[in-house]
Design a protein around this ligand. Structure first.
Ligand code: F6P
Length: 360
């Protein structure tokens, strides 16, 4: 009988609880024990944050958003923020984490996370911790899986918002700008924009030309369409300009703040276009709520597959969706870069064929 651990790392995402439940159900079915680590890798540093997860603990959690285990963005064991003499220092606490994993008697660890958490997982693998990964992110920016869980629910939220913004756009003859998540990858903007009938979609992969955006909106006006709906990914930026980024602790660049890009874009557009413009920042509404049917389903199946990988000792692998099959790939392949939109690819081409302006 085995004893395995599971943790959820990085931003929360609809479907995390489905994965946890899937892991617990299939592990318990094999007579194994499951230990839940609370608040991501952070939990290893606090004995009280490691608790047994049985069938009772996962009952009724399938439709719930968030993660019953809690999560954290700051628990990188190789660069752990600690306050020393009033200053925050990044300390390597990986030895402590590894010995804690040994002490807990875990024969494997399931890491449910995005690019950041899986990179940490890969490092811990090198230190001898047997790990399997489960790809999580609403941004859908992980390689080697057709889709990540959480993305579908986020898309539904963004599409619904676009439907709602259409009425005000049309009634008031306004430009309604919706800022959606997507720091590096514009998948949410692109697919919700197609589904929600957006007129303009701006993504980080295609720097936009403000003059051309304005021309496209004016051209619509000439055709009697006195309103426009624009979707802007939070990482979008103008041609010749740069992303709105800052250096965060640990040297990682992040978008400065949600809301910055939509506002900056509308100020720019307001400078070249005489129309009423309003911005809505969808923000963390995209990360919350009950997971969609699709996300519950692949989340649950990812959980089951993670346990199968442990059983066959396929450590260092990440579960993934390829076509209609749940299979696995080396974590290493999934984290070598991000899954970004191809500006010359099929989805962009189809969006343009639908008359959507992509900022170029
Ligand atoms: O990676 C998921 C994500 O939702 C991004 O799209 C967004 O930039 C970021 O997380 C927001 O993170 P936080 O919750 O830390 O503001």
């Amino acid at each position: 009988s085995k004893r395995i651990g599971i943790l959820t790392g990085g931003g929360d995402c609809p479907g995390l609880n489905a994965v946890i439940r899937g892991v617990v159900k299939s592990a318990v079915g094999r007579g194994w024990k499951v230990v839940g680590i609370e608040d991501g890798f952070d939990g290893f540093l606090h004995p009280e944050k490691c608790r047994c997860l049985g069938l009772e603990e996962v009952r009724g959690i399938l439709p719930l958003g968030g993660t019953i285990l809690g999560t954290s963005n700051r628990g990188n064991p190789f660069a752990f923020p600690m306050v020393r003499e009033g200053k925050v220092e990044l300390v390597d606490v990986s030895d402590e984490v590894c010995s804690r994993i040994k002490h807990l008697g875990l024969s494997a660890l399931v890491v449910v996370g995005g690019d950041g958490s899986l990179k940490i997982a890969q490092e811990l693998m090198r230190r001898g911790v047997p790990i399997v990964g489960v790809p999580k992110t609403i941004d859908n920016d992980l390689l080697e899986t057709d889709v990540t869980f959480g993305y579908n629910t986020a898309l539904e939220t963004a599409t619904e918002a676009l439907d709602k913004l259409h009425s005000t756009a049309e009634s008031h003859h306004r430009v309604m700008v919706l800022e959606v998540m997507g720091r590096y990858a514009g998948w949410i903007a692109l697919e919700s924009g197609i589904a929600g009938g957006a007129d303009v979609i701006l993504v980080p992969e295609i720097p936009y030309d403000i003059e051309k955006v304005s021309q496209a909106i004016l051209e619509r006006g000439r055709r009697g369409r006195r309103f426009s709906v624009v979707v802007v990914a939070e990482g979008a930026f103008p041609k010749g300009g740069g992303r709105v980024v800052k250096e965060a602790a640990g040297g990682k660049s992040v978008v400065e703040r949600l809301g910055g890009v939509g506002e900056a874009f509308s100020r720019e557009l307001g400078g070249v276009l005489e129309m009423d413009i309003r911005v809505t920042v969808l923000g963390h509404l995209q990360r919350g709520g009950s997971p969609s049917t699709f996300d519950r389903c692949i989340g649950s199946r990812f959980g089951v597959k993670a346990v199968e990988l442990i059983e066959s000792e396929a450590f260092g692998h990440m579960v993934c969706l390829k076509g209609r099959h749940i299979t696995s790939v080396p974590i290493e392949d999934a984290i070598r870069s991000l899954n970004l939109i191809d500006p010359g690819g099929e989805m962009v081409r189809h969006a343009e064929a639908l008359g959507i302006m992509l900022g170029r």
